[in-house]
Design a protein around this ligand. Structure first.
Ligand SMILES: Cc1cc2nc3c(=O)[nH]c(=O)nc-3n(C[C@H](O)[C@H](O)[C@H](O)COP(=O)(O)OP(=O)(O)OC[C@H]3O[C@@H](n4cnc5c(N)ncnc54)[C@H](O)[C@@H]3O)c2cc1C
Length: 337
């Protein structure tokens, strides 16, 4: 990190895009005393955002299996910011389990990640009674958390308003028309100015059953994708998520079979669950799959959150604010024109 001479301590700030990236930017800037306007093209239901479809896992240690250390660094910082801003965020940890045939992949996952404790079958059953007798052992990442995106986005929007920020839904904005500092958080729609962005499709299914109870996300080791079951309350569970280099929408039969199969492998009672919803979102990603804060004077773009939007958005907002307030540059994520 280093300090540069930069921008405007109390300038007005316009943020485009009220997904998880833009919501956190708006919140921290409003709380720091800036006059903030947050523009969002969709209505408050946020169905045009990728964030609407996410799992909401805050899992910096599990994600280290496939991610660069910068993701863990920013993710761990974000956990503290989530706790600070939304103290009701559940921090029940997360579990990783595997069936016997995927034993080698399970051991590899354990080696590539830290922050976990190995549980034997009994300890696993004590932690998640629904899983009693189902797995020989598991990895418990006690420090991790999860949020429900469709609840947490409106909560963040309410906190922005409480901090004096203005949110304009159904308001498609163009950075060229806005004065002051502009923070572009349009996700994949920012391809007009950041053409190297691509969409990585993630499919998910929501099911409902009263036969299974879980307190935390459970990841099932799978040779291709990290498949998981996330409890959403009221007997609902999100099954996610594929990761496909494609930009179409909807859920393929093959993906549905894999997601539903993973749930069944976690607990056979999912076979009788009711399917509530199929859906998919496009994760905005740069070629290196790392997030970027691109700075060109008072135009700032925060993008490329890929599969870590909920995990990284708080720390990225804190870094952007640190730059605007004090000129602090984080070399790993910031690019200055
Ligand atoms: C199935 C799935 C599971 C996932 N699970 C996780 C997870 O467990 N944990 C995690 O951390 N991440 C997860 N992710 C990744 C996460 O969802 C993304 O990284 C994140 O949503 C990206 O957020 P964003 O704010 O950059 O983009 P978006 O959420 O897409 O927000 C951009 C917003 O900008 C708005 N917009 C665009 N153009 C304009 C305009 N001109 N004017 C006004 N508004 C505009 C859009 O309507 C949109 O609301 C998952 C993703 C998927 C698809």
């Amino acid at each position: 990190m280093y300090q540069s001479s930069k921008p405007g301590g109390d300038s007005p700030v316009s943020i485009i895009g009220a997904g998880i990236a833009g919501a956190w930017q708006a919140l921290l800037f409003a709380q720091a005393g800036h006059a903030v306007t947050l523009h969002e093209r969709s209505d408050a239901a946020m169905t045009e955002s990728t964030s609407h479809w996410a799992g909401g896992m805050l899992a910096p240690w599990c994600e280290a299996e496939t991610s660069e250390p910068v993701i863990t660094r920013l993710g761990v910082r974000s956990l503290a910011l989530w706790r600070e801003q939304l103290p009701q965020t559940p921090f029940n940890g997360s579990l990783v389990v595997a069936h016997a045939r995927d034993r080698a992949d399970f051991e590899r996952f354990a080696k590539l990640t830290s922050g976990h404790r190995r549980l034997d079958a009994r300890a696993l059953g004590d932690l998640e009674p629904s899983l009693e007798g189902r797995f020989r052992d598991g990895l418990f990442y006690a420090g991790e958390g999860h949020v429900e995106p469709r609840l947490v986005l409106p909560q963040l929007h309410a906190r922005i308003a409480a901090a004096g920020g203005r949110i304009e839904f159904n308001s498609g904005a163009d950075a060229g028309d806005l004065d002051g500092i502009v923070i572009d958080c349009r996700g994949l729609a920012a391809r007009d100015t950041q053409p190297e962005l691509r969409g990585v499709k993630g499919e998910m299914i929501i099911v409902e059953t009263s036969e299974v109870e879980l307190l935390r996300p459970v990841r099932l080791i799978h040779p291709r994708w990290p498949l998981y079951v996330i409890p959403r309350g009221d007997g609902r569970f999100m099954l996610g998520a594929t990761s496909i280099e494609a930009e179409d929408s909807g859920v393929s039969v093959r993906s549905a079979l894999e997601l539903l199969g993973a749930a069944y492998a976690v607990h056979p009672a999912f076979a009788e669950a009711r399917i509530v919803e199929f859906g998919s979102g496009l994760r905005p990603a740069f070629p290196d799959n790392l997030p970027r804060i691109a700075i060109d004077n008072d135009r700032i773009a925060v993008n490329g959150l890929y599969r870590h939007g909920f995990l990284l958005a708080p720390a990225l907002a804190e870094l952007t604010l640190g730059y605007v307030a004090r000129g602090v540059i984080d070399n790993e994520v910031m690019q200055c024109a």
